[in-house]
Design a protein around this ligand. Structure first.
Ligand SMILES: C[S@@+](CC[C@H](N)C(=O)[O-])C[C@H]1O[C@@H](n2cnc3c(N)ncnc32)[C@H](O)[C@@H]1O
Length: 217
């Protein structure tokens, strides 16, 4: 497993909310077994990926989704975990270092803005993003993710869905839930929507999130 330096934006002036609240976020979502719920979904869905597939976790935060990806990728992959917040990336790196399943993958952590991804067009086979497009103009965010996705590549988007429990998260983590119709419209400009998955209300992730799996034509 290689873990490159946090990189490009270290020392830059942009400071996100997550520079201060990475620990609070991490504890809250570890407690509700968010990563395990995503893991279960990924195992059931079994997205077809070849050995050496390029995978991006865009807005990886403290690595909850990254861990689910690393536990379920069917073959050794090259995963990039990217976020604006250096403290969140440090936590993600720490959790990943403890994960046995991570050793069969090549992993890099990168501090960068998902609105200006430092990658050529059509780089990734699979992009996953959860709770990050809520912080950027959604049309631009979806367009940028679609740009770096290969044709026939998959995007798994786990947006916060409008729900009573989401209001609390909006206050705690200062974002605005995406309007589903608007998100749908922007997504369909670039990608085919393959399936929508609602998590069970028995899993806490089901109170605030859904999964939208898309494919680039
Ligand atoms: C709600 S957290 C989600 C973290 C992780 N994806 C998860 O599912 O637990 C949102 C993350 O998006 C990151 N973020 C917000 N705007 C970003 C941007 N423009 N580029 C990269 N990351 C961003 C924040 O730093 C934060 O770590």
């Amino acid at each position: 497993m290689s873990q490159n330096s946090i990189g490009a934006l270290e020392g830059a002036s942009s400071v996100t909310l997550y520079d201060r609240f990475a620990s609070l976020y991490d504890i809250t979502f570890k407690f509700n077994r968010y990563s395990r719920s995503v893991e279960r979904y990924l195992r059931e869905r079994a997205i077809p990926l070849d050995e050496g597939a390029r995978v991006l976790d865009a807005g990886c935060g403290t690595g909850l989704l990254t861990l689910a990806l690393l536990r379920t990728l069917p073959r050794p992959a090259r995963l990039t975990a990217l976020d604006l917040s250096a403290p969140s990336l440090r936590k993600a790196r720490k959790w990943v270092a403890k994960l046995d399943e991570a050793r069969r993958h090549e992993i890099e952590f990168l501090r960068a803005n998902l609105l200006a991804l430092p990658f050529a067009a059509e780089t990734f086979d699979f992009i996953a993003t959860s709770g990050a497009l809520e912080y950027v103009p959604v049309a631009e965010g979806v367009a940028e993710l679609a740009r770096v996705l290969k044709p026939s590549g998959y995007l798994l988007h786990l947006p916060v869905r409008p729900a009573p429990a989401s209001k609390l998260l909006e206050l705690m983590f200062r974002f605005k839930t995406l309007d589903p119709a608007e998100l749908d419209r922007h997504t369909r400009r670039h990608l085919d929507i393959f399936e929508r998955h609602r998590f069970s209300p028995l899993e806490p992730i089901g109170w605030t999130k859904e999964a939208i799996l898309c494919q680039k034509p």
